[in-house]
Design a protein around this ligand. Sequence first.
Ligand code: NAD
Ligand code: DAU
Length: 357
Amino acid sequence: MSHPEKILVTGGCGFIGTNFVRYLFEEAGFDGLLVNVDKLTYSGNPKNLADLAAKAGEKHYRFEKLDITDQAAMAALFDRHGFDLVVHFAAESHVDRSIVGPGEFIQTNIVGTFSLLEAARQAKAKGRPCRFHHVSTDEVYGSLGPTGKFLETTPYDPRSPYSASKASSDHLVRAYAHTYGLDVTVSNCSNNYGPYQFPEKLIPLMICHMLEGKPLPVYGDGKNVRDWLYVRDHCDAVWAIACRGKSGETYNIGGESEWCNIELLRHLCDIVAARLGKPAGAFEPLITYVPDRPGHDRRYAIDCTRIKRELGWKQSVDFQHGLEKTVDWYLGNAAWIKDVQTGEYRAWITRNYADRT
Ligand code: NAD
Ligand code: DAU
């Protein structure tokens, strides 16, 4: 699969999906047809791509507001377009929400992936095989102690409803390759950050709270460790795997940039303060330790030697530069923040986190 011409992207109005669609047209020189299927949940925003849609035109970009769990709709879409490649991002993605209400995670992440796999299987039977790239997470591997890294061969040990639903979808994808000969690739990536990330995730949530003068809630002792990757580097990796990855294989993607939450937050406070012309430490009094996330995984770290060695991918944005770019994007997009914080999200936050409203 070197030059796909008809691509289905699922979840293209979410954080990584938006960045991926932009990456394809703005950086990868994609010149075919991209169909973006998104249900537009609280985390999907069609305005993210409005300018691109207008510029690309119907010949190159189409949006379909559909639920991936709707099997008939997915099959009809595959029949209509005859995709060469599916890049599957659509998911319920936030661990805290999976703890409060796992049902949607089972539906979208497991049943939704199943429904897309069925559509791909039927398309193959009709003589229109496609490559299916499944975007997954390092959280399927469980939690690490102070040392060690996740390898592609690390046994699965998911520990939240979110990671269990993603693990289940990974298994289904591999089962369809083994049983039905579907051409699949899987990627497991660490924490992404960058523009368009919904302000419920650590970095954008903290930036937004600083701007609003709200407490900065640190779970537990703040010593949990995550590996951070700038979102465009993830997009670049996904494209490399989708086009050049070996069929049936899994590739880990990571930033090789481990930070414990409290140190990351202090650093972020300094960057935001500097950008706003405030003294260093201006936001520190807002830092508030709150009860820990139930089952909070202690540490994630990714060994991404394989994708580097086999596909020549590497990170291009270091954490300092990426964090500054991210802060600048949120400072320059106050209207976007206000827009996404309304509706279903506002209602959910009010129901579950009265202290954050
Ligand atoms: P996101 O929540 O920002 O976006 C998810 C998108 O999927 C939204 O546009 C939403 O409307 C759409 N969606 C949800 N349910 C749907 C359904 N039933 N039918 C159609 N569309 C639906 O998530 P994200 O952070 O962009 O994550 C994208 C993918 O990458 C997910 O599969 C996630 O597991 C994976 N991932 C994320 C990270 C990260 O740090 N954010 C890291 C590794 C892997
Ligand atoms: O590792 C990849 C995963 O990264 C993705 O699969 C998920 O979709 C994505 O949401 C992310 O999961 P995390 O749970 O690591 O991300 P989150 O931003 O929710 O939290 C990052 C760390 O910060 C985690 O240790 C919990 C902590 N945290 C988070 C929030 C929202 C806080 O201390 N306070 C907070 O308010």
